[in-house]
Design a protein around this ligand. Structure first.
Ligand code: OAD
Length: 251
């Protein structure tokens, strides 16, 4: 395993991309960092700096303090809505036009789709897709009280963000498709994830166990470095375009 952004590592990684018939890409919060979306394990700023995102991302927390958790998700939604895809998202969308790519993301921000990627497998849901918590099956939103989650006019159930919270199962179809991609790809490209949250963090190991090469792109050490054949130490928006864009090939 090498951990550099030198011409030799880049050239080796470019060779793996060029030779691959089927690529699985696993992205995490780091791929959106250059768009201005804070990663999960970054220190939070401003009003939210005293909260731990992992504590807010739990059903228990929502039931105890719905207004607080709802406000946190509204804050993230507004923050994301004001951002734009960066060169890493765009490079991944361009790669899919040339290669068989299965894009699996842990992100809930929708930036891959806004960059032009289709059929993105969202393992942790989507920030913009609310759903009902214990709904009656015929739920219909009543007029919302500002600052509180919308409630059903029939059964009074609350809406909740459509993201996967800690302790919850991943969406079944997304998980199945991601595992299938890991088992059948010949290259697994891991971008911008700390590799600490399972089952997503297990996918590169599955790919490797099935004979795929693994490339990690991350400016910092991650828990998945040891699974990789090549670690490229750099920001995704700089590294990814150089992995397959002819104009940006290393000298
Ligand atoms: P983390 O916040 O754990 O990790 C972000 C990773 O991105 C770190 O390894 C950073 O070094 C790296 N990074 C930062 N800037 C980068 C850049 N410009 N280019 C590339 N990498 C960069 O985020 P995730 O690994 O996505 O789950 O977190 C996994 C899951 O934990 C999230 O989906 C979320 C969270 O709790 C749920 O909410 C269920």
């Amino acid at each position: 395993m090498t951990a550099e952004l030198d011409a030799q590592s880049l050239a080796a990684a470019r060779g793996l991309v060029a030779d691959a018939a089927s690529i699985m890409v696993l992205t995490g919060a780091g791929v959106s960092a250059e768009s201005g979306v804070p990663t999960f394990r970054d220190a939070m700023t401003g009003l939210w700096s005293r909260f731990d995102p992992e504590e807010l991302a739990q059903e228990d927390a929502y039931r105890r303090q719905p207004a607080l958790v709802w406000a946190w998700y509204l804050h993230r939604r507004e923050l994301v809505a004001a951002t734009h895809p960066n060169p890493a998202h765009l490079a991944l969308a361009a790669l899919a036009a040339r290669k068989k790519v299965t894009l699996v993301t842990q992100n809930v921000d929708g930036l891959h789709q806004r960059a032009g990627s289709h059929d993105v497998i969202e393992l942790h849901g989507n920030l913009f897709a609310d759903k009902w918590l214990d709904g009656c099956g015929r739920c219909d939103p009543a007029t919302a009280i500002p600052g509180t989650p919308p409630r059903c006019g029939l059964c009074n159930a609350m809406m909740r963000p459509g993201v996967v919270w800690f302790g919850e199962e991943l969406p079944r179809v997304a998980r199945y498709r991601a595992e299938h991609a890991a088992e059948t790809c010949d290259l697994c490209l891991v971008v911008g994830t700390s590799g600490l949250v399972y089952p997503a963090a297990g996918l590169p190991g599955v790919a490797r166990d099935h004979g795929a090469h693994v490339i990690v792109v991350n400016p910092q050490p991650s828990a998945l470095d040891q699974t990789a054949d090549i670690v490229l130490r750099g920001p995704a928006g700089v590294v990814l375009p150089r992995l397959w864009d002819e104009a940006a090939a290393p000298a």
